[in-house]
Ligand binder design. Structure first.
Ligand code: NAD
Length: 478
């Protein structure tokens, strides 16, 4: 049974020009049951055989690139990042196809001597049968495939629910999956909203959720009821610390890019800056100059660097943060006004000076191209201010040397620290990191654990001598 239709807004025109029919609970359960039925045969293939099939999917994505790219452009209102997402999918498939066989071999142990001299142990990696993903709207393809690909490589079947805000890419992606019959049986992308997401959790054996903290809590509670692991990748309020030894011009360029890429709609965006007072003024001046070189991608989607807000309520929240900071005495040096162009909502890079720690723009996730900048007098104060947050996703430190930046970086409470750069987790996928505090829960999706988290470990404990008998446990036998 399918739910009532959900109309989907185009972020560039503001028009509701697309519609989905969210899958209801019965349809989700039926889909899950079919995937479950096909999973044992998929898990029985060797990792190399699964890799060959994943590579065929990569070929199919490349052969059908254009419709996928166009759908994602319509979903997100941006062109360059849509191309990066589409072209990254085959790369990610081939990467996991290559890595998985080695990792699985390395962690599958056979007849290893035990501390008990008569025993040898073997370790089998047994995949969770059905993996489920619930994804957000900010990077629709990346975030609905980033966990599903290693789950498939591990031998799980996968049920994926992208965001109802950006569902246009699902149909052309399904076309590519349809080119690979072995995958059709074990991989399903479904359209749906929160209700579909709830039904997914009730039907899978492991859920990966990427989204807001508020929804993440609900997912964790539902997963606890279903008694399944919940791997949560949530929000952030990433700080950048710029030490006195950093070059202010270079720091400004790095800070700006780390904040405004994707209109700031990225979990790992830099959202607050603490800069040494010695270089505060030259840094601010360079930052404003750099910010003012940035253009909207309107009217030509293939120009500029800033696209529209994908989700209009986000624009309202960003405006509230800016206005509240202004009302409380902060200075908006550039940007600061939501602009409506052709039905889309845009914001130019917004630099806020004299921000203070109690402002929402410093405390809460803004998710826009907004940079509050604060001066610090001692590095200890800057570290304390950076750590004074309920989030701990990632952070960045810029200094004259990597050693100086790292000495500060290790004192920050966050899962990934960019040293002499910013927001590197969007570009570097092999460094394991786990989110601190409210930014997430569970193992790293990056690096080896990206695959290994989808296995249960089964021990085969082989007795090579006569087993103990009850006589060996006689109370008088001490
Ligand atoms: P959201 O939490 O509103 O929605 C995410 C998904 O959850 C959607 O698919 C939605 O349909 C589904 N959903 C909503 N309610 C549900 C429920 N009760 N049960 C199951 N599923 C439910 O997030 P969003 O607004 O789409 O995304 C933005 C957020 O995502 C930001 O906070 C951002 O920081 C975060 N994010 C985190 C990462 C990361 O890797 N840490 C990456 C990207 C985005």
């Amino acid at each position: 049974m399918e739910g009532t239709g959900v109309k989907v807004r185009n972020p560039r025109t503001g028009e509701y020009d697309y519609e989905i029919s969210p899958l209801g609970p019965d349809a989700v359960a039926a889909r899950a049951q079919a995937l479950r039925a096909a999973q044992p045969a998929w898990a029985a293939l060797t990792p190399e055989e699964r890799g060959v099939i994943l590579c065929r999917w990569a070929d199919a994505v490349e052969a059908h690139r254009q419709p996928l790219f166009e759908a994602l452009r319509a979903d997100t209102g941006r062109s360059m990042i849509a191309a990066v997402e589409v072209d990254g999918l085959p790369r990610s498939l081939r990467r996991w196809a290559e890595i998985a066989p080695h990792l699985i071999a390395q962690h599958s142990l056979v007849d290893v001597p035990s501390a008990n001299p008569t025993v040898t142990n073997s370790t089998r990696l047994v995949p969770f049968p059905l993996f489920g993903a619930i994804a957000p709207w900010n990077f629709p393809i990346v975030l609905s495939t980033i966990d599903a690909i290693p789950a498939l490589a591990a031998g799980c079947a996968a049920l994926v629910k992208p965001s109802e805000v950006t569902p246009r890419f699902i149909e052309p992606l399904r076309e590519t999956i349809g080119q690979v019959p072995e995958l059709v049986a074990v991989l399903a992308f479904i359209e749906g909203d929160a209700e579909t997401g709830k039904a997914l959790i009730a039907n899978v054996d492991y859920v990966c959720f990427t989204g807001s903290v508020a929804t993440g809590r609900k997912v964790a509670e539902a997963a606890a009821q279903a008694f399944i692991p919940a791997n949560l990748e949530l929000g952030g309020k990433d700080p950048m610390l710029i030490l006195a030894s950093a070059d202010p011009e270079r720091a400004a360029k790095t800070a700006l890019r780390s904040s405004v890429v994707a209109t700031g709609q990225a979990c790992q965006s830099i959202e607050r800056i603490y800069v040494a007072r010695e270089i505060y003024e030259p840094f601010l001046e360079a930052l404003v100059r750099e910010a003012e070189t940035v253009e909207l991608n309107y009217p030509d989607i293939e120009s500029g660097q800033i696209g529209p807000f994908i989700f209009p309520p986000q624009a309202d929240k960003v405006a509230q943060h800016i206005n509240a900071a202004r009302d409380a005495g902060a200075r908006v040096l550039t940007g600061g006004e939501i602009e409506t162009r052709g039905g889309g909502k845009y914001l130019r890079p917004t630099i806020i000076a004299d921000a203070t720690d109690d402002m929402a723009v410093v405390r809460e996730e803004t998710f826009g191209p907004v940079l509050p900048v604060m001066a610090f007098d001692s590095v200890e104060d800057a570290i304390a201010a950076a750590n004074h947050s309920e989030y701990g996703l990632s952070a960045a430190v810029l200094a004259g040397s990597a050693a100086e930046a790292e000495a500060v970086g290790v004192q920050l409470e966050a899962g990934a620290i960019s040293i002499n750069d910013g927001s590197m987790t969007s570009m570097v996928w092999d460094a394991e990191n786990t989110s601190f505090k409210l930014s997430g829960m569970g193992p790293s999706r990056m690096g080896e654990s990206g695959l290994l988290r989808f296995f249960r470990k089964q021990a085969l404990i082989r007795q090579n001598a006569d087993p103990a008998t009850i006589a060996d446990f006689s109370e008088g036998g001490i």
